[in-house]
Design a protein. Sequence first.
Lengths: 293, 366
Amino acid sequence: MGFLNNLINGISLGSIYAVIALGYTLVYGIAKMLNFAHGDVIMVGGYVIFIAMTSFGLNSWISILLAVIACTLLGIVIEKVAYKPLRQATSLAVLITAIGVSYFLQNMALLIFGEKPVNFTSVVNVPSLKLFDGKIVISGETSTAIVISILIVVGLSLFINKTKSGRAMLAVSEDRGAAELMGVNINRTISLTFAIGSGLAAIAGALLCSAYPTLQNTTGAMPGIKAFVAAVFGGIGSIPGAMIGGILIGIIEILGRAYISPQLADAIVFAVLILVLIIKPTGILGKKINEKV
Amino acid sequence: MKNENKAAKKKLAPLTKKSFITYAMVLIAFAVMQILSSGGYISSMLTGLLVPLCVYSILAVSLNLTVGILGELSLGQAGFMCVGAYTSAVFSQLTSETITQPLIRFPLAIIIGGIFAAIFGILIGIPVLRLNGDYLAIVTLAFGEIIKNVFAAMYVGYDSKGVHISLKSLSNLNLENDGTLLLNGPQGISGTPNDSTFLIGAIMLMLTLIIAYNFINSRTGRAVMSIRDNVIAAQSVGLNITKYKLITFALTAFIAGTAGALYSHNFYTLQASKFDYNLSILILVFVVLGGIGNIRGSVIAAVVLVLLPEMLRGISSYRMLIYAVILIVMMIITSNEKSKAFIEANTQKFKALFKRGKTAEAKEAE
């Protein structure tokens, strides 16, 4: 039963990774850049919810809504200020800028909220499920995380494939130049991508902080990086891939923590990334891209 | 592409001159500081910063080899530094009774720190260097953190029965009463002999600069730069990409390891938590502010950025925020098409002005 419990914890953590990975995969697919600051947007979302709930006494739904709005705006601002001037620049320059943005958010939060972690009250009030006479307990946070991540994946797939803006995103990810010639507004599409990705980050922040209820300025950094690993594992640019990758990485991390060594759990996750990139660089559901001279 | 080629050609010929100017600058700075400190003109706080200044400059040069010459971003420099710091400190503690002369023991410790860091660099580099760009940055960042976490969780001691290693707790070590504890988990390592001096730091910085400049100007260095500029072209002329990447990676890890040795012998106690993500970012800020690929700039930026927050106490709480802004602003200034054109036009005007002034002065002198 210990194994089953670990498996459920893994799936729970994995669904949170999946929601974060969706943000990475969208931005990487469309803007062709690694948004290093994505993990820190999660942290910002967490703080917005925390303040709305503790300082203003708002209920959890309104707090989450506020966080989604705040993070969406933050994502658009980040894109406009830091990434848009670098559309034509080398990937190294974009990467360093993204690291700068991430570091900026982390230290801004440090200045405002201090070093001490705050206790986050869970926004989930779903009763926990007890199976097999209480031998297996599925907490409310776990079931919520799983259900919400599935809803988001389905909703996002529908949005991308059925709506006009979604198809514009697909076109830009396929060939930016051709999409521009066909009348797709590149800047608006990339802004929309960042907005959606950051909005999802706020939801991920709510789930992450509910499941692991401490919040500090570095809360988003490591989960963010692991979610990127998940996005690569599932095939970067693929929405169902992000879901599969996220859940697998969550399971690998929890099982590694339980059965191999708690100190090496992170190392195992990154070893997975290296193995994937060596054996199948496009990930589980990714498309093969030929490098052109 | 054409511009890059031109820049490379321009750089190569006067590189020797450039390197000698840098050596001279370091020597003069060293002499000035030495005279000032022996005369007692500088505060004790600044004296305490002299060795860290050397450490940060060396680290900045080593990272600049990865970012500027290899063209890849490594965020694990603090991890390699951690390996060098720990191994050299353990070596010094083990041999403090057999080799009593610090002038022999310390260089050995530095070399051992460097070699262990290079071994880690190669072990991590073999799988990691097949990746590039964003992937490499993420994985090196991750491995830097993992190295730090593993060292922070390690308990190592030795007694008459041999060496004991535990990853759990001090009591799990089963050390005999006469045993010696080397690594004490999160508390780190303590009792390292205080061997680092400003002189040794300055010598190491000089050696690092000599190695860096000669590496850039060597056949290997040029091969590495050609890989940076165009991987496919480099491959098609028969360069072994992984080999050259690995050589550069091992070299920078070695240099970071020696810097770690210098760092650890400057303090009595040392915790692995010092070698965190913030340190890797700090080194990146030195490189970016000094100019990617500009060795001398890295040293100057490191010195300025270490001294500035100490001089201006008021801004010290905003220090890391300023670093973040430096990263973003520097990249936008140097990589944005419009700002690049603007800067180029203005520097040419400025240069023309400067030249005219010079010739006018010369005429006046006549």
